[in-house]
Design a protein around this ligand. Structure first.
Ligand code: G1P
Length: 280
């Protein structure tokens, strides 16, 4: 039986330079798709999948993320006094309230593997999820819920994957597939950001992970990989002999909100699903 997953890491230390000047003072994870910040979509997706305890690995200057998950007492009383019940509900009854959200600093931007490693004490010896809020998922049930269902069958490490165009493999962690039923692919190898000619497939990791704690043994070694960074993909590759690794194609859509095009597309797609906006 696969062990239950109740903790999640949100690596949110990136500088968001692709969205300057918007991200000069605003953390990129606070950029709204329609009217909700990216980080809140990720937190809601995690809660739907049964995650109770969350940790955000953040960087100096990104305090707005912490503020967003604190009660806004004055704003609430203001809205209450004015009878603005709908607006009030968005920050109170309908606001995600997991059992806990904590924050820890990644003092050096050494890569995604390093960011995850920064949360090792919080995770301890349990399986855990990692959600990259730049990857916004539009799926019912949510992406992580779909992965949990697969994980209860496969155990081991499970990531969300998507087939990408051959020329885009150098942006992703790519699976070397040994078995594939069209939905679930088992990997025998993993490569971070290979050039198209070196890519073992076009199946790319898209920002959602369910992982076993053994990955920390490899992250502890602080080996650098692609781009001179400590890569999560490399640490996962090192566990392949011992731990099963599956990529799950999600029933739904994924938007790369780390790119301007993906961000604009996400706004249109999410607005189209909203009863108050779809006609317009
Ligand atoms: C990270 C991971 C990569 C993964 C991608 C998904 O890369 O290192 O393996 O495919 O997220 O978005 P980044 O986008 O941080 O460069």
């Amino acid at each position: 039986m696969a062990r239950p997953v109740t903790k999640a890491i949100f690596p949110v230390a990136g500088l968001g330079t692709r969205f300057l000047p918007a991200t000069k003072v605003l953390p990129k994870e606070m950029l709204p798709v329609v009217d909700k910040p990216l980080i809140q979509y990720a937190v809601e997706e995690a809660m739907e999948a049964g995650i109770e305890e969350m940790i955000m690995v953040t960087a100096p200057g990104k305090g707005a993320l912490e503020d967003h998950f604190r009660p806004a007492v004055e704003l609430e009383s203001f809205l209450e006094a004015r009878g603005k019940t709908e607006a009030l509900a968005t920050i109170r009854e309908n606001f995600p309230q997991p059992k806990s959200i904590s924050f820890t600093l990644q003092d050096d931007p050494l890569g995604l593997g390093h960011a995850v490693w920064c949360a090792r004490d919080f995770i301890g010896n349990e399986p855990f999820a990692v959600l990259l809020p730049d990857d916004l998922m539009q799926a019912i049930p949510g992406c992580l819920s779909q992965m949990m269902d697969a994980y209860h069958v496969t155990g081991g490490n499970v990531v969300a994957v998507e087939e990408v165009a051959a020329e885009l493999t150098s942006r992703y962690g790519i699976l070397d597939v040994i078995e594939d039923d069209g939905r679930l692919a088992r990997a025998k190898g993993l490569v971070e950001k290979p050039s198209p000619k070196d890519a073992p497939s076009r199946l790319a990791i898209i920002g959602r992970y369910i992982l076993q704690p053994e990955v920390f043994e490899h992250l502890n070694k602080k080996v650098t990989g692609a781009g001179g960074e400590i890569q999560l993909t490399d640490a996962l590759a090192a566990t392949l002999g011992d731990i099963a690794f599956h990529g799950l194609r999600i029933d739904g859509r994924r938007f790369d909100c780390g790119s301007k095009m993906g961000f604009v597309e996400a706004n249109i797609a999410f607005a189209a699903e909203r009863s108050d906006l779809s006609d317009g």
